[in-house]
Design a protein. Structure first.
Lengths: 116, 112
């Protein structure tokens, strides 16, 4: 079975603080993809990053960085120097290429609020 | 490049009425998905199309939900009759390669 857990339901920070969103996943497959999506109040899910299960290299994109650790089945997302515009719900998702026909499984999301 | 287009953005209907949602995927994307998102939850797949073929519809409540993608481009999702519990956001997504899905703005449905 595939499962994505985002234990943090809500996080509030003040602008310029760093914040880390946790994601833990479960899968029996050796080949899979991990994703992060951002959902602002407008409702559209915005793709942020995709990580292949064979690539454990961490990635940085501007103020965003991702830490993928296969040993702990975690794919955490850090926003450095947060801004009010970062306020949104962030979803971690798992895509496996195995017997379930390639379905994308989402966590329940973390609501991030950045206060000015 | 235009993103995934959905309409309407909002829909309010009375229970037992029919409702339909429309989706136009990103040009060239052969795979199209419909998701249901309840409040405070992540999206859950309803159906996936590869061109015109529905290849994964195991989560679609077929007694009242139906979907079609006749020409392998646009898609329509229908509910008939709608129930109170159908109030949610209905998201459409498309992908060129199977793995990265791009989402539309969604349709917020309220059933009274």
């Amino acid at each position: 079975a595939q499962k994505v857990t985002q234990a943090q339901t809500e996080i509030s920070v003040v602008e310029k603080e760093d914040v880390t969103l946790d994601c833990v996943y479960e899968t029996r497959d050796t080949t899979y993809y991990l994703f992060w999506y951002k959902q602002p109040p407008s409702g559209e899910l915005v793709f942020l990053i995709r990580r292949n299960s064979f690539d454990e290299q961490n990635e940085i994109s501007g103020r965003y960085s991702w830490n993928f650790q296969k040993s702990t089945s975690s794919f955490n997302f850090t926003i450095t120097a947060s801004q009010v515009v970062d306020s949104a719900v962030y979803f971690c998702a798992l895509f496996d290429r195995g017997s379930t026909l390639g379905r994308l499984y989402f966590g329940r999301g973390t609501q991030l609020t950045v206060w000015p | 490049e235009a993103g995934v287009v959905q309409s309407p953005r909002y829909k309010i209907i009375e229970k037992k009425q029919p409702v339909a949602f429309w989706c136009n995927p990103i040009s060239g994307h052969n795979t199209l998905y419909w998701y249901l998102q309840n409040l405070g939850q992540g999206p859950e797949l309803l159906i996936r199309y590869e061109n015109e073929e529905a290849v994964d519809d195991s989560q679609l409540p077929k007694d009242r939900f139906s979907a079609e993608r006749l020409k392998g481009v646009d898609s329509t999702l229908k509910i008939q009759p709608a129930e109170l519990g159908d109030s949610a956001v209905y998201l459409c997504a498309s992908s060129g390669r199977m793995e990265t899905q791009y989402f539309g703005p969604g349709t917020r449905l309220l059933v009274l």
